[in-house]
Structure formats: structure tokens, C-alpha cells
Design a protein around this ligand. Structure first.
Ligand code: PPS
Ligand code: ADP
Length: 207
């Protein structure tokens, strides 16, 4: 019996079908690829590109995208620091379940605060949280402005927009950093290839 958060008198029920069995079935190891970066840095594009590449290799993955999750699971959350923290915490918990199921879970969220990302890392077994920093300059993201949000933020019509009038804390230490080369952003497929190679080298694509 234990007391956790606001719940009391709750018990952990262990299922006899375990993570190792699921991983064996899938011939891969569960993990979380956590993509962080500014709006417009290419997180969703990279996440989908990684998922496509894994799929073509017969590996099961699932993308948890910040924007998408805010249509459902996180629809009651806004963008103040406490709401972003709760957003990241919930996605971290869901990602942990997907990794436990044996999948390569790809989470793509701005996740601007280091402590929130580190809290997710701490939820996962050692080395199975792979933080990927989309280190793209604000100027590039703003020039892309795929959703027109930077324009609204600059006009003061959106308050607390990351990179404009809200902070983004870059990782101090992460597993992978993707950035421009000679002022050019690599193609999504090339960046996805790097991430998939990392997963392969670390043994996540075999059981
Ligand atoms: N104020 C503010 N700041 C940043 N982003 C904003 C804001 N308002 C709306 N949006 C849109 O919401 C998407 C970010 O959602 P996330 O869940 O990834 O954000 S966070 O991790 O909780 O910071 C983000 O999507 P991406 O562009 O895909 O990053 C924006 O489209
Ligand atoms: N590697 C890339 N090279 C060129 N354009 C890209 C690249 N990745 C993403 N884009 C474009 O940039 C815009 C923002 O990408 P998106 O994946 O939605 O970013 P985010 O999820 O970080 O907001 C989209 O129009 C997308 O097509």
C-alpha cells in the first residue's frame, strides 16, 4: 500500500508479461527520442521522418507531438511556465509507457525549460532517454513562420511566445545536437538518418 501524490490506498499490480518479452517480440528496445527546440525549428518534420525511416526498417515507433497532444490530452493547458511544465510531465509519463511497451517513442515538443526535460529523463531507465536538440537560429525559425505565429507574436497579438518574449533554455548536455552546416539546414531525411544511426549504434534496433 502506498501514498502517491493525491492518491492514497493504491497498489502496484505487476503484469506477468514483461517489457523484455515485448521487446523480444518486436526485436527492438523501448526508448524515448525527445526532440526539443524553437517553434519552426523542424521538430515535427524530423519526428515524422525518423518514424518513417524506422517503419521502413520494420521497427515500431510512435510520435507524440506537442501541437497534436494539445488537441486532446493537454487541451486544458496554456503556455505559462506551470502549464508547460505540466504539459511536459504528462508527455514524459506517456512516453515512458510507450517505451515500456517496447516502442521507439518520439516526442517533439518545444519543452523550453531544462528542469522539465531533465525530469522526463529521470523517469526513464538509464540511457533510454535520448535528447535531440534542434539548434536552429531564431532568425531561421522566424523566416519559416509556417503557422504565422511569429508574426502575431512580434505584433504583440500572442503574449509569451517562446524565443520572442518567453525563454528557451538550450540543453547543456544532450545526446544529439542538430544544426545548420555552412548556413544551410540539412534535409530532414539526412537528420533522421543520423538519429536512426545513433539508435542502431546503441543497440535499440535489436532486442
Ligand atoms: N506562446 C506560445 N509559445 C510557443 N508555442 C506556441 C505558443 N502559442 C501557441 N504555440 C503553438 O504551440 C506549439 C508548442 O506546443 P508545445 O506543447 O510543444 O509547447 S511546450 O513544450 O509546452 O512549450 C507550437 O508548435 P510548434 O511550432 O510545432 O513548436 C506553436 O504552434
Ligand atoms: N530540415 C528542413 N529543411 C527545410 N525546411 C524544413 C526542415 N524541417 C522543417 N522544415 C520546414 O520548416 C517548417 C517548420 O517545421 P516543423 O517541423 O513544423 O517545425 P516545429 O515542429 O519545430 O514547429 C515547415 O514548413 C517545414 O516544412
Amino acid at each position: 500500500m502506498s501514498t502517491l501524490g493525491n492518491s492514497t490506498n493504491i497498489f502496484w499490480h505487476e503484469c506477468p508479461v514483461g517489457k523484455h518479452e515485448r521487446q523480444k517480440l518486436l526485436n527492438q528496445k523501448g526508448c524515448v527520442v525527445w526532440i526539443t527546440g524553437l517553434s519552426g525549428s523542424g521538430k515535427s518534420t524530423l519526428a515524422c521522418s525518423i518514424s518513417r525511416e524506422l517503419h521502413s526498417r520494420g521497427k515500431l515507433s510512435y510520435v507524440l507531438d506537442g501541437d497534436n497532444l494539445r488537441h486532446g490530452l493537454n487541451k486544458n493547458l496554456g503556455f505559462k511556465a506551470e502549464d508547460r511544465a505540466e504539459n511536459i510531465r504528462r508527455v514524459g509519463e506517456v512516453a515512458k509507457l510507450f517505451a515500456d511497451a517496447g516502442l521507439v517513442c518520439i516526442a517533439s515538443l518545444i519543452s523550453p525549460y531544462r528542469k522539465d526535460r531533465d525530469a522526463c529523463r529521470a523517469m526513464l531507465p538509464d540511457k533510454s532517454f535520448i535528447e535531440v536538440f534542434m539548434n536552429m537560429p531564431l532568425e531561421l525559425c522566424e523566416a519559416r513562420d509556417a503557422k504565422g505565429l511569429y508574426k502575431l507574436a512580434r505584433a504583440g497579438k500572442i503574449k509569451g511566445f517562446t524565443g520572442i518574449d518567453d525563454p528557451y533554455e538550450p540543453p547543456l548536455k544532450c545526446e544529439m545536437e542538430l544544426s545548420q552546416r555552412d548556413g544551410i539546414c540539412p534535409a530532414p531525411g539526412a537528420m533522421a538518418g543520423k538519429v536512426v544511426s545513433y539508435l542502431e549504434e546503441k543497440g535499440f534496433l535489436e532486442s
